[in-house]
Design a protein around this ligand. Structure first.
Ligand code: NDP
Length: 447
């Protein structure tokens, strides 16, 4: 059977074995759709059924999370941890608290994470977890009780050599603090390396908070540089207004671009003078308010409820909110309006139709597993500092992050060239990541 036919029948098998998990199917299709050339070159991976092994998580944990709100009402949520692949190191990947979380979402994120982590070149496997808990509108005490209940089960599955969760949507420094506190209490161990994204008061690392957004901006800068261009004077649109979005905006401004719009799930803000990051941070991180509150202070900015931020013309688009937030039609609008580069801060924010539009347009398109790997890379640096009981300065940490992103870009770029698909970062990222992780899986024998 030809390699691509074999991959297609494997995709069918994955779909049948994992019914109803549309996002996981999409992620598997995306990776398996571009690794045929690597299998041609490495038939040993096919013989040892490495792809079949990569598509099946090593372990999937689903658990009940009971907790009480401030009125004494009992709530029952569902918690997940999918430990996808540990060939390169302990499972590593964030926790997402969002009402839409289900097994299919966590599996797509875990699968992506395996390849993303491989791309960083660091010794980390891939996993992901979370719960269908919506922290929005909940008091600090409610969030704490939820986190404590969640960790009361999760603690038995994680550890600095086993599985190291971090934050993701709905899980920031506050939640990681509550989770770490409960882990420490149950285990009676100050095991800093069990969670990353900790605050600087208790074992956190400089630049981890900023790393995903900073890294995405660095990655786009590298893509532009490869085309003899730069951020200088570029108009940029960022979706979302959370951790990734805020630090993407901050770094794009430092690199010479101007971010004129950002969003949340209710609408978007346009500020032609450039989004004021300090104000955005105040609104989102301190007041925990909706993005519409931004225009209460910046009167000359505009808030548009219920509309798509991708209608705002830009040179560079940086989706940093959620999966499948750019449809084929929205990608076409972006290209029509002059967009020449896309850097995905979010995981899988572009639909397959949208990806085709970007690739066909010739835009520099940096897929999430490459463009947003700065977050997990900085998490690996946090683990490194925890293990050596050391802490690095902001400057040293940012320098290291930048080196890692530059190397990831170079690897994606060179791999695409090597396989005759120059400029295609999807192929470059998938093949480079697959080759590294497949080599490790093969070397460890049939386990
Ligand atoms: P946050 O929870 O901090 O922020 C998410 C933001 O996206 C919020 O402003 C949210 O608005 C907004 N949002 C959610 N859904 C939509 C939507 N449909 N349309 C517009 N805006 C929306 O999450 P993060 O910033 O941490 O994560 C964002 C993305 O980046 C996710 O895909 C995540 O997996 C990915 N990522 C995160 C990393 C990290 O280190 N944090 C690392 C790598 C990837 P609202 O409040 O209305 O929901």
């Amino acid at each position: 059977m030809r390699v691509q036919e074999r991959l297609d029948s494997l995709i069918d098998e994955v779909l049948q074995r994992n019914p109803g998990e549309a996002e996981f199917h999409q992620a598997v299709r995306e990776v398996l759709g571009s690794i045929a050339p690597a299998l041609d070159k490495h038939p040993e991976f096919a013989d040892a059924k490495i792809i079949e092994r990569l598509c099946e998580p090593e372990r999937q944990i689903i658990f009940r999370v009971p907790w009480e709100d401030d009125q004494g009402e009992v709530h029952i949520n569902r918690g997940f941890r999918v430990e996808f692949n540990s060939a390169l190191g302990p499972y590593k990947g964030g926790l997402r608290f969002h009402r839409d979380v289900g097994l299919g979402t966590i599996k797509f994120l875990g699968f992506e994470q395996v390849f993303k982590n491989a791309l960083t070149g660091m010794p980390i496997g891939g996993g992901k977890g979370g719960a269908d808990f919506d922290p929005r509108g909940r008091s600090d005490r409610e969030v704490m009780r939820f986190c404590q209940s969640f960790m009361t089960e999760l603690y038995r599955h994680i550890g600095e050599y086993t599985d190291v969760p971090a934050g993701d949507v709905g899980v920031g420094g506050r939640e990681i603090g509550f989770l770490f506190g409960q882990y420490k209490r149950i285990t009676n161990r100050y095991e800093s390396g069990v969670l990353t994204g900790k605050s600087l008061h208790h074992g956190g690392a400089q630049v981890r908070t900023e790393a995903t957004g900073y890294g995405a901006a660095f990655f786009v800068e590298e893509m532009l540089r490869a085309r003899g261009d730069s951020f200088d004077g570029k108009q940029v649109v960022v979706s979302g207004a959370g951790n990734v979005a805020i630090y993407t905006i901050e770094k794009v401004h430092q690199l010479g671009g101007r971010v004129v719009a950002c969003s949340d799930s209710s609408g978007f803000v346009v500020d032609e003078k450039g989004i004021d990051v300090e104000l955005l941070r105040q609104v989102k991180e301190v007041d925990r308010a909706r993005i519409s509150a931004y225009v209460d202070v910046r009167r000359d900015a505009d808030y548009r409820a219920g509309a798509s931020v991708w209608e705002v013309p830009c040179d560079v688009a940086m989706p940093s909110a959620t999966q499948n937030e750019i449809s084929g039609a929205q990608a076409a609008t972006l290209v029509r309006n002059g967009c020449i580069a896309v850097g995905e801060g979010a995981n899988m924010p572009t639909t397959p139709e949208g990806v085709d539009v970007f690739l066909e347009s010739g835009a520099a398109y940096g897929p999430g597993k490459a463009a947003n790997c700065g977050g997990v890379a900085a998490s690996a640096l946090e683990m490194q500092q925890n293990a050596s009981r050391d802490s690095w300065s902001f400057e040293q940490s940012e320098r290291r992050l930048r080196e890692i992103i530059t190397a990831v870009h170079a690897s994606c770029h060179a791999t695409a060239e090597e396989y005759g698909m120059g400029g295609n970062y999807v192929a470059g990222a998938n093949i480079a990541a697959f080759t590294r992780v497949a080599g490790a899986v093969l070397a460890l024998g049939l386990v």
